[in-house]
Design a protein around this ligand. Structure first.
Ligand code: SF4
Length: 413
C-alpha cells in the first residue's frame, strides 16, 4: 500500500476504486473459493483487478479461467505494482508489450519487507520478515510450493530494518516468517544468534517471536532458551503441534513426535513459569481416528495453550495429502466444534486464575477499546482503561477482571 501511495495514487474503499488490488491466500480451500468468486465478479462488472499474494504462483490457470482480464503479480513482485498500474493507465506506452488486456509480473527472488516502503496500521508495531520459504515438506502444505525453499535475509539487513523501525517510534518488533526457528540454516547462522544481535539494539522495545515449528526448534533449543532470558523478548512461544497423535503427525510428515513437542514446552516452562503458549491444530486430517482426535483433546487439557488456531483439514492442490482419502466433512466439523469448546474452557480457566495478579507490564499501544493496551512479560494482554501512561513505557498493574479477549487492569505504581 505504501508503494501505491508513493506512486501518487490514492487508497480508497472498493466502492470508489478504479483498480481493485486483491492480496490472496491459498492455504485454505474456503478462502480460495471466496477469492476466485470475487475475481470473477469484478471481471463481470468490468472493474480492473490486480491479483497478488500467494495464489498467482500456484493457481494462475484458475485465476485466468475466472477472469482472463485480471492482472497478476507474483508473490515476490509486489514492489513492482507500479508497472501494472502504469499499464492500466496507458497500455500503449507501457514497457510490457503484450497483445493481451492483462499483464502478469513474476520475479524469482523474494524481496521480503526489507527496504520496501510500508504503511503501518499500528504506528507502534514494526513487522520484520526474517526469511521466506521453507525447507520442510509437510504433506498438507501448499505454502512451500508458493514460497519455495528457505531464503533467510542477511542479519545485518534485519538489524538495520529493526533499528529503522525503532527510530520511527515503534516499540514492539514482530518477527515473522513461515517458520522462524529455521532462520539462518541456509546462510550459516541461527535464530538465537540473530536474536542476540537484535536484543543488543539500544532502546525500550519488546520482541514478539512468531511461529516456530517443533522440528526446527529441537536442534537450537538450548541456545534459544538462553536468549529468551533477555527481558526484551516476550515469554511467548507459538509452537504448532497440529495433532497429538504420532500416527497423524507421521502422515502429515511433521518430522517431530508429540513427545518431542511436549519436551520443548516443558523446557520453556521450567525456565519461564509464566510462559504463554500458542499453537495450531488441524482437525480431520485424512485417517484421523476418534482415538487420535481424543489424544489431541486430552493434550489441550494437559498442556493448556492460551490460544489455539484450529483449522479443519481441506485438501490443497500439489500436496501429498491430496492422494489420501478424506474423512466425512460432518465428522470434521463436529471435531472442530468440540475442540473449540475445550480450548475456550481452558482459556477461561487460565484467565480467571490471573485475576488479582500484580506485576510489570509494557504499554504497547492504544487499545481498540478505550485506554491503553499493555502486555505482561509473557505477552498477556491487559487493557488499562484510565491512564496517562505512554506507549513504550513500563508500569506496574493489578489485573481486576478478564474478558474473552483481554484482561482489565489498573496502574498501581
Ligand atoms: S513447516 Fe510445513 S506447514 Fe510450515 S511452511 Fe513448511 S512445509 Fe508448510
Amino acid at each position: 500500500m505504501a508503494t501505491i501511495k508513493k506512486l501518487g495514487h490514492e487508497l480508497v474503499s472498493e466502492k470508489h476504486a478504479d483498480v481493485v488490488v486483491l492480496n490472496t491466500c491459498t492455504v485454505k480451500y474456503s478462502t480460495e473459493q471466496k477469492i476466485l468468486h470475487k475475481i470473477k465478479r469484478l471481471g463481470e462488472k468490468g472493474i480492473e483487478v490486480i491479483v497478488c499474494g500467494c495464489m498467482p504462483e500456484v493457481q494462475l490457470e484458475e485465476i485466468i479461467q475466472h477472469n482472463p482480464d485480471a492482472h497478476v503479480l507474483g508473490v515476490n513482485s509486489i514492489s513492482r505494482i507500479g508497472e501494472v498500474l502504469n499499464f492500466i493507465a496507458n497500455p500503449a506506452i507501457s514497457s510490457h508489450n503484450t497483445s493481451r488486456q492483462a499483464i502478469h509480473v513474476f520475479s524469482h527472488e523474494p524481496a521480503g519487507f526489507i527496504n520496501v516502503p510500508r504503511l503501518r496500521f499500528n504506528s507502534n508495531i514494526h513487522i520484520c520478515q526474517l526469511s521466506q520459504g521453507c525447507n520442510n515438506a509437510c504433506s498438507y502444505c501448499i505454502v512451500r510450493f508458493v514460497r519455495g525453499p528457505l531464503k533467510s535475509f542477511h542479519p545485518d539487513s534485519i538489524v538495520e530494518d529493526i533499528k529503522q523501525g525503532i527510530a520511527e517510534g515503534c516499540r514492539e518488533i514482530w518477527l515473522t516468517s513461515q517458520d522462524n526457528a529455521q532462520y539462518g540454516m541456509d546462510i550459516g547462522i541461527s535464530l538465537p544468534k540473530l536474536l542476540e544481535r537484535i536484543c543488543e539494539i539500544p532502546g525500550d522495545f519488546k520482541i514478539r517471536i512468531g511461529m516456530m515449528n517443533p522440528f526446527s526448534v529441537l536442534p537450537i533449543i538450548e541456545e534459544l532458551l538462553d536468549v529468551y532470558e533477555n527481558d526484551k523478548i516476550y515469554k511467548l512461544i507459538h509452537l504448532p503441534v497440529q495433532s497429538a497423535s504420532n500416527d497423524v503427525l507421521e502422515r502429515m510428515n511433521r518430522l517431530h513426535s508429540i513427545e518431542e513437542a511436549n519436551q520443548i514446552i516443558k523446557s520453556f516452562r521450567d525456565r519461564f513459569s509464566d510462559l504463554t503458549l500458542f499453537t495450531d491444530i488441524i482437525v480431520g486430517f485424512p485417517g484421523e481416528k476418534d482415538s487420535d482426535f481424543l489424544k489431541t483433546v486430552e493434550w489441550v487439557r494437559e498442556y493448556r495453550p492460551e490460544k489455539v488456531n484450529i483449522s479443519r483439514y481441506t485438501p490443497r492442490p500439489h500436496t501429498k495429502a491430496l492422494e489420501y482419502r478424506n474423512i466425512d466433512s460432518r465428522i470434521v466439523s463436529q471435531r472442530s466444534n468440540e475442540l473449540h469448546n475445550v480450548c475456550e474452557e481452558v482459556k477461561i480457566d487460565i484467565r480467571k486464575k490471573m485475576i488479582g495478579w500484580e506485576g510489570k507490564v509494557f504499554i504497547s499501544k492504544e487499545a481498540k477499546v478505550k485506554g491503553l493496551m499493555a502486555r505482561t512479560a509473557s505477552y498477556k494482554p491487559v487493557v488499562i482503561p484510565e491512564s496517562c501512561a505512554v506507549a513504550g513505557s513500563f508500569c506496574k498493574v493489578k489485573i481486576l477482571d478478564a474478558t474473552p479477549g483481554y484482561f482489565i487492569g489498573k496502574i498501581i505504581t
